[in-house]
Ligand binder design. Structure first.
Ligand code: PLP
Length: 383
């Protein structure tokens, strides 16, 4: 059976050039950058150079780049690190109702265990936050605002530069989770987000899993969330994952400035998927037609359950998702759709196709043929 992989928002295949960049550090160059001897010093020299290369693409200072294990850690470090650092100044955080759980769960933890108040900004039917709502939510004790750049489940782009400008005007730190933005949308430099902190995740743009970064605008110093050695300038303890960093650096250089998700190539694929899904009775589009990632087509299917739909698609060789990969397997309705005004049943019936570099119109046509039959079967409750 042919595999059709339409789940690029969950993860992407490792690029061959990225793999090649990693190989020396999986083989001969195994040094620990903290070691004093020459093998360690070579690893240190590579690490310093990687940070310089990332900073060059981001147009920031090398010291503003913290290497992490991925999007989840970057988000946790941003939220927990800033909140704890400024807890004496205030204990109010603002985020949006459609964030990834790697933002929402640390915020909940701070609320439940550390006495913070969390305001969740609402979104409209397109999943978008309103700058006016942010203005109204800001308080003298607000220490952090976090709003994602692009949503993983439905693809909605947020007006982050505008939200960041509002925060800066009010002297409040702003973080954006750009895990789904980098490699997909135009990138002129990390400062385009007007953010003090930006989360990056390498495997979303053909880098390796287990690699990420957090941009932190100097002189800000979030409290660490990992304790141990003085790595990453005392900001993230733990021996650096040099092979992963080598791969991520290569992927950032290759795939971010000119996004590897080519809008011109992907838009027709997404348009055809949209059209085919939209022509099926009781399918409702959830990805906005404007201000959306070009590769993402999400919809809900009335009277169906996403687990049954995804299993049915899988039997046809088609890999799709119900949104956040992390919640696949659980029957939780999508919190993103709930925030967009859908009821629990609709929110339990989300299908997300996310195409990418290797996707073809042939594959799209295959999916367009399979989809009505899969939905029909799912409606009958069968696979
Ligand atoms: C928007 C967003 N943030 C954060 C993450 C977490 O990334 P990771 O699972 O690689 O840590 C993801 C991954 O799905 C994501 O889509």
């Amino acid at each position: 059976m042919r595999t059709v992989y339409f789940d690029y928002n969950a993860t992407t295949p490792l690029d061959p050039a990225v793999r090649t960049a990693m190989l020396p550090f999986l083989e001969g160059e195994f040094g620990n950058p903290s070691s004093i001897h020459h093998v360690g010093r070579r690893a240190r020299a590579f690490l310093d150079d990687a940070r310089d290369r990332v900073a060059r693409v981001f147009a920031c200072k090398p010291s503003e780049v913290i290497f992490t294990s991925g999007g989840t850690e970057s988000n946790n470090l941003a939220v927990l690190g800033v909140a704890r650092r400024f807890r004496d100044k205030g204990r109010h955080i603002i985020t949006s109702a459609v964030e990834h759980h790697a933002i929402l769960h640390p915020c909940e933890y701070l609320r439940e265990k550390e006495g913070f108040e969390v305001t969740l900004l609402p979104v409209d039917r397109a999943g978008r936050v309103s700058p006016d709502d942010l203005r109204k939510a800001l308080r003298p004790d607000t220490v952090l605002v976090s709003v994602m750049a692009a949503n993983n489940e439905v693809g909605t782009l947020q007006p982050v530069a505008e939200l960041g400008a509002i925060c800066r005007e009010r002297g409040v730190l702003f973080h954006t989770d750009a895990a789904q933005w980098l490699g997909k949308e135009p990138f002129a430099g990390i400062h385009q987000f007007n953010a003090d902190l930006v989360s990056i995740c390498a495997h979303k743009f053909h880098g390796t899993k287990g690699a990420g970064a957090l941009f932190v605008r100097s002189p800000l110093l979030p409290d660490p969330i990992l304790f141990g050695g003085g790595h990453e300038n005392e900001r993230r303890a733990g021996t650096e994952n040099i092979p992963a960093i080598a791969g991520m650096t290569e992927a950032i250089e290759r795939f971010v400035r000119t996004p590897v998700f080519n809008r011109e190539k992907l838009a027709p694929l997404a348009a055809r998927l949209r059209e085919a899904a939209g022509s099926i009775p009781s399918v409702t589009h959830r990805s906005p037609s404007d201000g959306c990632l070009a590769n993402t087509v999400s919809f809900s299917v009335n009277g169906c359950d996403s687990i049954v739909l995804l299993a049915g698609l899988d039997l046809e060789g088609i890999c799709a998702s119900s949104g956040s990969a992390c919640s696949t397997g659980s029957l939780e309705p999508s919190h993103v759709l709930m925030a967009m005004g859908c009821d629990a049943e609709e929110s339990n019936a989300l299908v997300r196709f996310s195409v990418g570099r290797e996707s073809t119109m042939d594959e799209v046509e295959l999916v367009c043929v399979a989809l009505p039959a899969v939905i029909n079967r799912a409606r009958g409750g069968e696979l």
